[in-house]
Design a protein around this ligand. Structure first.
Ligand SMILES: [Mg+2]
Length: 397
């Protein structure tokens, strides 16, 4: 298989006794609520993994929401899985490769696994003084930008948002669609912006019986329609794709390389949205991008409205081969008045985003801001052993 790659030496070295691992929940207010066909969120609640070890501090971010409306995992379920099932597998003489093999015992829970794996990768990169993309052996590159515009109250408000995005230089614009808010809304955007790279994301709002209705979207030269059918379907998407000219892209249905292989083999989609936090982590995402490249399937890095920690991970990931399309990576100011990292993500004059060159995720986490937005803090591991201290933060709700 094209995906067999030699295991790098750093993955086979013992992780050693790690001083301290904490689980923190933060809640950052969004600049504006983000609406999709499944839910609307007005703040970003994120579970963070903080590793302090021999003077270094490393971070991971879980992409789960506080609710199970987008995915079955939540910030609370991920905390439980990390604390009670993943961290007990962490032994000082284990390498990262051995640890990840142990994680396979835990079924599903990809978001929880990704958060811990990412924090450990950040630590390993920082131990070597390398940026994450450098640890993985990828050359830095500036990445393409893309923006996801949530549901707006009416068509004029949507057009104003698209206008703003196009003027900012984003390489593609994604709009949300759902039952009753689709063909006419897309038509309005396309008529106003005939040359725009435009796509639509349904977040699983349709059924295969809607194929005839969705075919009306073929008239608008969309770059793709993302996840039109159920969040756990792969097969029915193959029937829908056969009836549409517009390429389909799968998002919620893809949890692993096995899922991606099945979707490609069944011709269920012509594009894949790779969210590292949804597929079990950075390393599975790199493997999936390689698989997509080998199969001539364009791929892009999706977003989950992450804080600057997760956003930095997504930027580092896009140094990997196979990310050929603009993803969901947008400027920080689109999401937060104040983020928990510096520097913020900015577009250059041509709409690209620079890849941070600092060690690990490449951005600095502002711990005073983490404290400011903290909901909950738990010391989960200390000096290689279990620790069960829980300290409530200041509630922001
Ligand atoms: Mg999506």
């Amino acid at each position: 298989m094209a995906n067999d790659q030699p295991v790098p030496a750093w993955m086979e070295e013992p992780l050693g006794v790690i001083d301290r691992i904490e689980l923190l929940t933060v809640s950052l207010p969004f600049v504006a609520p983000f609406g999709t066909s499944v839910a609307t969120w007005s703040c970003k609640e994120a579970l963070l993994v903080r590793i302090a070890d021999k003077g270094l501090v490393a971070w991971g971010e879980c992409v789960a929401d506080p609710d199970p409306y987008y995915a079955s995992e939540t910030t609370t379920s991920a905390r439980h899985i990390i604390r009670d099932f993943l961290l007990p597998e962490l032994k000082p003489d284990y390498s990262l490769a051995q640890l990840l093999e142990r994680f396979r015992r835990v079924r599903g829970n990809e978001m929880a696994k990704a958060a811990l794996e990412n924090a450990l990768l950040d630590l390993l990169a920082k131990r070597r003084g390398l940026p994450l993309h450098g640890l993985l052996g990828f050359a830095p590159r500036r990445i393409m930008s893309g923006i996801s515009i949530g549901f707006q109250d009416d068509v004029p408000s949507l057009l104003a948002k698209v206008e703003e995005a196009a003027a900012s230089g984003y390489h593609r614009v994604k709009m949300k669609i759902g039952r009753g808010r689709d063909v006419e809304w897309v038509r309005a955007v396309r008529q106003r912006f005939p040359g725009l790279a435009l796509m639509a994301d349904a977040n699983g709002d349709y059924a295969i019986a809607d194929a005839g209705h969705l075919a009306a979207l073929d008239g608008f030269a969309l770059t793709m329609i993302e996840q039109p059918l159920s969040y756990h379907d792969i097969f029915l998407h193959s029937l829908l794709q056969a009836r549409l000219i517009t390429p389909l892209c799968l998002d919620e249905s893809i949890h692993s390389c096995d899922d991606a292989e099945a979707a490609i083999a069944l011709k269920s989609c012509r594009v894949i949205n790779i969210k590292q936090g949804r597929v079990g982590g950075f390393l599975e995402a790199v493997k999936m991008a390689r698989l997509c490249a080998a199969q001539d399937i364009p791929a892009w890095s999706g977003g989950m409205d992450e804080t600057g920690i997760g956003r930095a991970l997504n930027i580092q990931l896009q140094a990997a081969p196979g990310f050929t399309l603009p993803g969901d990576t947008s400027e920080t100011r689109r999401y937060f008045h104040e983020d928990i990292v510096e520097p913020p993500v900015l577009l250059d004059k041509e709409g690209f985003i620079a890849m941070p060159q600092g060690p690990g995720i490449g951005v600095d986490v502002m711990e005073t801001r983490v404290e400011k937005y903290l909901l909950d803090r738990e010391l989960a591991r200390e000096h290689g052993g279990a620790a069960r201290q829980k300290a409530k933060g200041k509630s922001k709700k």
